[in-house]
Write a protein that binds this ligand. Structure first.
Ligand SMILES: Cc1ncc(COP(=O)(O)O)c(C=O)c1O
Length: 377
């Protein structure tokens, strides 16, 4: 079976994990955590990065750091993972879903302004497949209405928008290092903080509401419970696993991009014939090959394709069921405006296997079977 995903593994993970054990420091904020945090800060030019236990917990932290009051509203796409929404529900917000653009599957920047009310506090753009949302427009809206921007860049590490790294453009950004992501530590994530005034609050929030980080830096004589908090620190064992991959981040990125480009080149003739649609990468966006998807004519064709591939021992998978159509979506939010694209486009989308080090023979087989399926229609 050709799996849809294989977690990244470059070979130095065990060495670093052994080092973490020998350091006798496997809890949070150990040497490997610091290396990863600093790497993210330098590589992407963000004031502060902190590893977290997941992309979801990074989003939870971001929502808390926006000082949401009960009844405040957050604008987000419905075509996203539940974690994007959960974070704001936890903080007490109401969700306002806005339609997506069919070309990138990202929130339609031109529909955001109409969804703003006097309760709107945050816009949460999700950079689907590591392809940037139209951030200039979104940042402009945020500054005109004094709204905070939380970028869900769970899939967006190494991607850029007009030269700026995804996750560093808004007030707060969130990465995921889940095993399905380009760089992984099993479960994990990071919060990226642009506003220095939020750094101290973030440190307290992730240290169970204590000022322990200041204590460790010798800034206070003893540490105390100073505010609400939770436990969001990642273990140094996991950070050691991640560090192995961040050290060779470009190599992993290039390998994924090569696979993505191979798919694109091989399937372009099907797109030219109008049989399928391929992803669009808008001008000014550099993506990280997080995902390769195609869009079939309709839901029926997509399901038939997935089934055909499965019979040929290839796992291709669909993606999000739009949140507004889910029970919790109806409970916690509403869809603003017309659902012109969210449902129909998500019904057509299917993701092809793409992971670091995928064998050329597997890639060829996936392409060959895909061409055979669509040629037979
Ligand atoms: C857009 C998006 N946001 C958030 C998350 C949550 O990340 P994690 O699985 O690390 O909690 C994911 C995970 O797949 C995601 O795709």
């Amino acid at each position: 079976m050709i799996n849809f995903n294989v977690p990244p593994f470059v070979g130095t993970e065990f060495k670093y994990m052994q080092e973490a054990v020998e350091n006798q420091k496997i809890c949070g904020d150990g040497p490997f955590t610091r290396k990863c945090d600093e790497w993210i800060e330098h590589r992407f030019g963000v004031k502060k990065a902190m590893l977290t236990t997941s992309g979801s917990s990074a989003l939870d932290m971001a929502a808390f750091l926006c000082n949401i009051n009960p009844g405040d509203e957050v604008i987000l796409p419905s075509f996203t993972f539940s974690s994007t929404a959960n974070a704001f529900v936890l903080a007490g917000a109401k969700l306002v879903f806005v339609d997506i653009r069919p070309d990138t599957m990202n929130i339609d920047e031109n529909r955001i302004e109409d969804a703003i009310t006097d309760r709107t506090k945050v816009i949460c753009p999700v950079h689907y497949a590591g392809v940037a949302c139209e951030m200039d427009t979104i940042m402009d809206i945020a500054s005109r209405y004094d709204l905070r921007i939380v970028e869900d860049a769970a899939q967006g590490i190494m991607s850029t928008y007009k030269g700026k790294a995804l996750g560093t453009i808004g007030d707060l950004g969130c990465f995921s290092f889940h095993e399905t992501k380009n760089y992984s530590m099993g479960e994990g994530g990071a919060i990226l903080i642009n506003d220095v005034e939020r750094i101290e609050k973030a440190e307290i929030l992730r240290e169970k509401g204590t000022n322990r980080s200041q204590f460790f830096r010798g800034q206070v004589a003893k540490y105390n419970w100073v505010d609400f908090g939770d436990s969001y620190l990642q273990s140094d064992l996991n950070a050691a696993y991640l560090w192995a991959q961040l050290e060779v981040a470009d190599m992993i990125n290039e390998n994924r991009l090569a696979t993505w480009n191979t798919y694109w080149g091989a399937l372009k003739p099907l797109a030219d014939k109008g049989v399928i649609e391929l992803p669009t990468i808008p001008e000014g966006c550099i993506h990280n090959a997080h995902m390769f998807y195609i869009k079939c004519k309709d839901l029926e064709t997509r399901q038939a394709y997935i089934e055909y591939m499965r019979k040929n021992d290839i796992l291709c998978v669909f993606h999000y069921v739009p949140l507004h159509s889910a029970p919790a979506g109806a409970k916690f939010g509403r869809f603003h405006g017309e659902d012109k694209f969210t449902t129909v486009e998500s019904d057509r989308l299917v993701r092809l296997p793409l992971y670091y080090g995928i064998a050329a023979s597997d890639l060829n087989k996936i392409i060959e079977k895909t061409l055979a399926f669509f040629d037979s229609l």
